[in-house]
Every structure is written in C-alpha cells, then in structure tokens.
Design a protein around this ligand. Structure first.
Ligand code: HCR
Length: 392
C-alpha cells in the first residue's frame, strides 16, 4: 500500500465517525481545499441576471399565466442555475470535491458583483457572509442589490454521517428571497446530498430527495433530485414541478409546469405535468458562464476576512506542505481558543457582526418582519431549526 492510499484509508475510517464538525476531520492534504466554507455563500449569485430577472418581467396582454407565475418560473430558473456553482465548482476547478476550510467564529467573506448588463440596469450586488457559529458550524449570508431592491438572506449548517460507500449530508437552514418592488417573497429550502466516489479517492456531490420554493403568491415549486439511473440515468438530474399551491402539489397531474434535465447541464420546460416533445430549453449550465464576484485585495482586507485570515494555510495547501498546513492551522485554532477563554473570563460573549438570531417558534406571523413564518406555513414546513424542508 502506498503512503497516499494509506492516508486515504485512515481518512475513510475517520469519516465513519464524522459528526458534521469539519474540524474533527483530519484529511490528507490532496483532499483539502484552500477555500473556507464561509465563501460558499457566493454561489447563490453567480448568475446575477437570473437572480434579478423577475424584476424585469411584465404582464403581456396575451399572457395565459399570471405575472406571479411568470416570476416563479424565473425564480426556479435562477435557483437551478445556482446548483452547478454550489455543488460542482470544486470538481471543475480542483479536479474533485474537496474538504473546505472550517470557518472560525466571526469569519467574514465580503464581495460584490459589478453590473455587467448591457443596459446597466442591474447596479451592484453585494455579499456579506459571516460564520455565526463554530460548534455546530453555521454560516449566515445576505446578498443585496439595492438598485432593484432584491435581497437574499439565509443561513446553513450541515449534519453528516457515513454510510457504507458515501458521506450523507443534510442541510439545516433556509434562504429567503425578497423582491421588494414586486411585493413578493420566496422561501427556499436546501436539498440533502451525499458525496460519492470516496472509496475511489475521487469524491463528487450528488443531490437527493426534494427541496422547495414557496412564493408569497401561493405558487410552490417541488424539486426532486436523482443521480445516475433514476429519471434519465444521468448524474445531477432533477425534475421540478410548479403548482398553484401546496395542496395541489399532492397530485402531480396538477402541475402547471414541469422542468426536467440535469442541473449541471441542460434542462427543459413544458406546461403541465409531463415534458412534451416540443419542450423549450429551460437552462443550459454549459452555456451560461458564472460571473465571479470581486473581492478586495488581501492586503486591504480586515483580519476577520476569510482570504486574509487563511492566507498562509491556503498557501501551504497549494504547496502540498502538510507540516506547514498543520502549523498555520494550529495558530488560528489556538488564537480562537484564547479569544473564547478571554470572552468567558470577561463575561463578554462574542457577538455576530451582521446578523441576528431569530427564534421563529416564539413569533407570530404578524410579528415576523422577515415573512418566513407566513411562507413556511404556506408550504407546510416546520418552523423549528430542524432539517431544511422538513414537513410539520
Ligand atoms: C458537504 C460539504 C460541506 C458543505 C457544502 C454546502 C452544503 C455548504 C453550503 C453551500 O451553500 C452548499 C454546499 C455545497 C457543498 O457541495 C457542500 C460540501 C461538499 C463537500 C463538503 C464536505 C464537508 C467535505 C467532506 C470531505 C470529502 C471530500 C470526503
């Protein structure tokens, strides 16, 4: 057995007892990503045009659909467009899924997308992502476009467990999308996933089960994910159906629209509950380049900003220098331990900089300014901090 495969074997053994806490996983250097998990929030908006698209949709005199249904179709298209960046980008840029850096408490990632629209009608879109909890790891984020009064806010954490061949990951949290000019909000739940190819040392993500998008206008999209061998026999497959409301969603034949295909490739859309032979292309991930955000140069970043804080660890990972990775990571971890001790001694607990925690179970629909409770009730989803998309 070579030393590489020996380290991989011991890594697989450590995965068997993985509890979702990234820091407890000692992975071999070749599986480490130089990017912190706090950066992953940027994947929500790498198709700014689709993120903002509902703002530019108007009702036409000969439209069969309500304008709110047209918005829902556009929101679903944007959501599908985020999946390749969220779940495939490491495989594409780094040659396989990697273990991200485990963000420290208060770690920040900020950036902006410039306006690349020909009409300059988008304006700037800003991202703030903050690690709001370390144990368990939870990241909160807000993406805001002031020009078009469009905001996405959310948080997520993960719970993971190892089965015989794959790492199964469930996501906690949700995202709330607000189109203020349209007076419409959308609740987005996060799909479960698993990492395949671990035994072969070639890990990749596959989404599974369902996620939902609930619109404040009532429409709901139910998205079902599958891998090789289910609907189309292809990896990264999905089938999404849009219904008038959650009750209609109990009967697939009541679907107003059906979208089917690969979220990392091409998908098609048809009216009704099946995909017709004349279905239109819905989204083509191969022909829609992601727009990466701009981040300040490292020298201008603050000490809590992710790329500055992890700079030396990232360099060590790129250099494949295991001792240096360990040394530099330990410095950050020790510093964090000292900070927590000092906070406890001074009785000044760490405070989130940009986000505040909301206990939805203690609020009524009327008191909840975010609109989450109303949307969760419309979709029949639980208000408790349980797995994303859990039904009440
Ligand atoms: C599961 C995962 C960490 C969490 C990552 C999340 C769920 C984070 C929120 C983003 O919005 C979406 C997202 C995308 C990632 O695909 C997902 C990561 C994939 C791998 C990583 C594991 C903890 C890494 C385990 C190590 C592997 C290579 C064996």
């Amino acid at each position: 057995m070579s030393s590489t495969s020996a380290t991989w074997t011991s890594f697989i053994k450590s995965l068997a007892s993985y509890n979702g806490d990234l820091s407890s996983l000692t992975a071999p250097p070749f599986i480490l990503s130089p990017t912190s998990l706090v950066e992953y929030s940027q994947y929500w908006s790498e198709h700014v045009d689709l993120f903002l698209a509902p703002n530019f949709i108007q009702q036409e005199p000969d439209d069969i659909d309500s304008v709110e249904l047209k918005h829902m179709v556009a929101v679903l298209r944007w959501f599908i467009s985020t999946l390749k960046s969220q779940y495939c980008s490491r495989a594409e840029t780094l040659g396989g899924e990697k273990k991200p850096l485990n963000p420290f408490l208060g770690e920040l990632f900020v950036g902006r997308w410039t306006d690349e629209s020909p009409s300059q009608s988008f304006g700037e879109t800003l991202l703030v992502s903050e690690q709001v909890s370390h144990h368990p790891p939870i990241t909160a984020y807000a993406i805001q476009n002031k020009t078009n009064k469009t905001t996405l806010q959310g948080y997520n954490g993960i719970r993971a467990s190892m089965s015989a061949t794959s790492l199964n990951v469930r996501q906690y949290g949700h995202a709330l999308l607000d189109y203020e000019n349209l007076n419409e909000k959308y609740l987005i739940t996060l799909p479960p996933l698993h990492i395949e190819g671990i035994l072969m040392a070639a890990p990749f993500v596959e989404l599974e089960q369902k996620s939902y998008i609930q619109s404040s206008a009532g429409y709901v999209a139910v998205i079902e994910y599958s891998g090789r061998g289910y609907f189309s026999g292809k990896s990264n497959s999905f089938k999404a159906r849009i219904f008038k409301n959650i009750r209609e969603a109990e009967d697939k034949t009541k679907a107003l629209y059906t979208v089917s295909g690969q979220w990392s490739g091409v998908s098609s859309i048809s009216r009704g509950h099946t995909i017709a032979s004349d279905a239109q292309v819905f989204f083509d991930a191969n022909n829609s380049k992601p727009q990466h955000l701009t981040v300040k140069p490292i020298e201008e970043q603050g000490p809590l900003e992710s790329r500055r804080a992890w700079q030396k660890v990232a360099q060590a990972i790129r250099a494949n220098d295991y001792n240096l990775i360990h040394e530099e990571k330990s410095k950050i971890e020790n510093e964090q331990r000292e900070l927590r001790k000092k906070e406890a001694a001074d009785d000044t607990p760490w405070k989130q900089k940009f986000f505040k925690e909301i206990d939805y179970t203690s609020l009524t629909e009327e008191d909840d300014e975010t609109g989450y409770i109303k949307l969760a009730n419309m979709a029949n989803l639980s208000l408790k901090n349980i797995l994303s998309g859990s039904i009440r």
